[in-house]
Design a protein around this ligand. Structure first.
Ligand code: IDP
Ligand code: MG
Length: 138
């Protein structure tokens, strides 16, 4: 169990004006922000980030969606951050996400589901290094 995770507010949620509400919910749930930026992935960046899914039927849709507009990326700190944040965001498919979760509140579909959260401590570290130089993480 580690104490940091990597989150992204995806292009759909940025387009729909939810940056502030999502960050507010994250902070009020006890996460500390250790790094934060607005950025945009190139198609190639998105392919690298989601390489683990490259054989999946939805891969092309996923990488084109994730590179179509700005995203907000943050490193978050809390006890058991990976699991705690996955609980806060809810199921991948918003129709299955629990009441009050970020995806229930702000996602529009299984593909355009508002937020990303790392699925393991190892991936949290890989994904944090993907997005932030060491001097940007506090
Ligand atoms: P997760 O984001 O809840 O960890 P993953 O299975 O790791 O879900 O999938 C990564 C992302 O790929 C999802 O967040 C979603 O944007 C997209 N995705 C996953 N499954 C589907 C699907 O069945 N159809 C379309 N997009 C999908
Ligand atoms: Mg995942």
């Amino acid at each position: 169990m580690s104490n940091t995770t990597l989150m992204m507010i995806k292009p759909d949620a940025v387009e729909n004006g939810h940056i502030g509400n999502i960050l507010q919910k994250i902070l009020s749930s006890g996460f500390q922000i250790k790094a934060l930026k607005l950025t945009q992935l190139s198609l190639n960046d998105a392919k690298r980030f989601y390489e683990i899914h490259k054989e999946r039927a939805f891969f092309n849709d996923l990488v084109s969606f994730m590179s179509r507009g700005p995203i907000v990326v943050a490193v978050l700190k809390k006890k058991d951050a990976v699991n705690s944040f996955r609980n806060l965001i809810g199921s991948t498919d918003p129709s299955e996400a629990a009441e009050g979760t970020i995806r229930k509140l702000y996602a529009t579909s299984i593909g355009e589901n508002a937020v990303h959260g790392s699925d393991s401590d190892e991936n949290a570290e890989i994904e944090s290094s993907f997005h932030f130089a060491g001097r940007e993480r506090f």
